[in-house]
Design a protein around this ligand. Structure first.
Ligand code: ARG
Length: 282
């Protein structure tokens, strides 16, 4: 009986799907989806170092992570992880960690005692962290953190959330690290600790092919999408641009592809990956 029911459901769904698809094709006036390819402008908005964030006071944990990052930068591990994801790697400026006195707080010991390092991430940011169809989260930063956990002898636990919830939760002590393509800005450093940077990135501008927006200067007066709480949003705010923020990066992209905005401000490597993926279908 169950089988028959399932079969009937599949039949109904198939018919509905066909009806839906053909309906769309016939509707030549449907402007809801812009099928133009996307392009990334040559001129980036800014250059930014990425690091991992911890709660203020958790210096021992940050120092332990820095020690591993320094080794992974020196022996080429970080660079090879970028290569694994076909992402161009730009090394950060040399860290100034020398001379730091060893921290005596219990943040590292707590992680070791728990046997796990808990990180928070917004996995809508390939190639750094991305939610796969099977529910797993993969990317450059996940690989880096897995190696650090191996060195510390603990397991990695990932909590998934919107980008703009990560730093407040970190301050509230809900997890050990914020790992989400974080730009280590002076403003954020007032409320959180950051590791040494492990790479340099930039904010790019994405537009539909043939757009009148060709340079940074052309952005004036144009609606721009970005992700809430990001440095891209900050840039728009600080420069008096007209922006719309979205909790999820994919929605910021969709605002552009459906013509609700004329440009999308997004970090360069993520732009490269998401644009390439989108253009396959455009
Ligand atoms: N680098 C930018 C920032 O720190 C964007 C990061 C967005 N990350 C994400 N996982 N969605 O604000």
């Amino acid at each position: 009986m169950k089988k028959v029911l399932a079969l009937v459901m599949v039949l109904i769904l198939t018919v509905l799907c066909f009806a839906g698809c053909s309906g769309k094709k016939e509707d030549a006036t449907d402007q809801s989806v812009n099928t133009k390819k996307l392009v990334i402008l040559d001129e980036p908005l800014t250059t930014e170092p990425y690091g991992f964030a911890a709660k203020k006071g958790n210096d021992a944990l940050i120092q332990a992570v820095n020690k591993e990052l320094t080794a992974m930068l020196a022996d080429g591990t970080i660079k090879s992880i970028f290569e694994k994801y076909n992402a161009p790697y730009t090394a950060p400026d040399a860290a100034q960690a020398a001379g730091q006195t060893a921290a005596t707080d219990d943040s590292l010991q707590k992680v070791l005692d728990a046997g796990k390092l808990v990180i928070a991430t917004s996995p809508d940011f390939p190639p750094f962290e991305n939610l796969e169809d099977d529910g797993s989260i993969v990317g450059i930063e996940i690989d880096i953190l897995n190696l650090i956990c191996e060195k510390l002898g603990v397991i990695l636990e990932i909590q998934q959330m919107d980008f703009d919830s990560i730093l407040p939760g970190l301050t509230a002590g809900k997890y050990d690290l914020g790992v989400s393509g974080f730009t280590a800005t002076e403003e954020r450093k007032q409320n959180s600790l950051f590791t040494d940077p492990y790479c340099l990135a930039a904010i790019s501008i994405v537009v539909p092919e043939g757009s009148a927006v060709k340079t940074k200067a052309d952005l004036a007066g144009k609606a721009i999408s970005c992700q809430s709480g990001t440095t891209a949003e900050n840039y728009c705010m600080a420069n008096g641009l007209d922006y719309k923020s979205f909790a999820a990066n994919n929605d910021a992209q969709m605002a552009l592809t459906t013509g609700k905005v004329e440009a999308w401000a997004i970090d360069d490597l993520t732009a490269a990956e998401m644009v390439a993926e989108y253009n396959k279908g455009a």
